[in-house]
Design a protein around this ligand. Sequence first.
Ligand code: 5RP
Length: 278
Amino acid sequence: MTRRLSVEGAAMTQDEAKRRVAKRAAQLVRDGQAVGLGTGSTATLFIRELGARVQRGELKIRCVASSDASHQLGLELGMDMRTLDELPELDVYIDGADEVCRREGGGLDLIKGGGGALLREKIVASAAKEFIVVADSTKLVDVLGRFPLPVEVIRMALPLVEPKLSALGLNPKLRMKKDVSQGLKPPLILECGDAGTEVPAYSKAAGPSGISNAAGAEPFVTDEGNYILDCACGRIDEPEVVAAEIRSIVGVVEHGLFLGMATLALVAAEDGVKEIRA
Ligand code: 5RP
């Protein structure tokens, strides 16, 4: 879907806005730095911009990516791609987000994982001194939760985790491959306060994994071999509480709440790229 935003008086597409913040973020990277590369369409534009700087000989940097796709892209662009084994401390991590919320009193909270890379994204972000978020203005929210919150789950634990998330009122839905291959973001974007969508395509009769494969529908599997439950829970007024509740469920690997991790957000807004500091 191509959304039109109003930027600097002229209509600009969401893709143009993403390109603009991606370019700005690439300009912030300095020679010699160890850089974490994010995942998703905005991060991909950023990696391309950064790769172009490397190719022009402006920068000599080493990079760690938060997904196989971004790692592969970096290699294709001739970048020096490493692993956390080789580079456990990063100067900066740059990635997109599905929602960006500025807390009252300071601090940036995010929902991430729309592209299914939340686990590695959180790992790579946690290795970095600085975490810069790149987003267009549609991602800015007053309260998190319009975008369904992704929760990464060990496959064998799905039958245990899904009812526990439901009992918390989080309305989980198993992410399917077709949602991702069609370029759709997970199930739907809710108005804050909405909840109650269809239940996951989960069936005890369907086989050892418990997943129905009707009509060729297969669950999406992350780079780490896990499933994702997208929780269309509506507004999240107390993200720390929700994060702790989800984390306490055995079988949950990670959730898409990135609370207080980002240090700077670059947001393409009506008057150019806005900087929101944590
Ligand atoms: C991937 C992510 C992405 O950063 C997030 O989904 C934003 O994606 P895009 O830049 O394509 O809008 O968290 O897991």
